[in-house]
Design a protein. Structure first.
Length: 99
């Protein structure tokens, strides 16, 4: 088990707490809670050791394509592919924006 902590500048404000995915399903879950500051804090708990660079690249791509919301994003990963990881993260951000 590995724990990874990342942070990124955030410009988007959302109000809703949201959950996307289910870790018991064999991929991952993403839980988002909004905050008032200008930072997205990401805490990843993953069963895949040595994956910090993969997660950094994923969030760098996301930040290049969209504005990131301010808050805390907690990810519980059970070996999800990068495509599934991105889908879950996009889902939780989208749902939080519509709260």
């Amino acid at each position: 088990m590995e724990r990874i902590e990342l942070s990124y500048p955030a410009v988007e404000r959302v109000v809703g707490q949201r959950l996307a995915g289910v870790v018991g399903s064999g991929d991952m879950e993403a839980l988002f809670e909004p905050a008032e500051d200008d930072v997205l804090r990401v805490v990843i708990k993953t069963s895949v050791n040595g994956s910090q660079q993969r997660w950094r690249h994923l969030f760098e791509r996301l930040a290049a394509l969209r504005s990131l919301p301010a808050g805390q994003l907690e990810i519980n990963d059970f070996g999800a592919t990068p495509g599934v990881a991105r889908l879950r993260i996009e889902q939780v951000f989208e749902e939080a924006g519509h709260a």
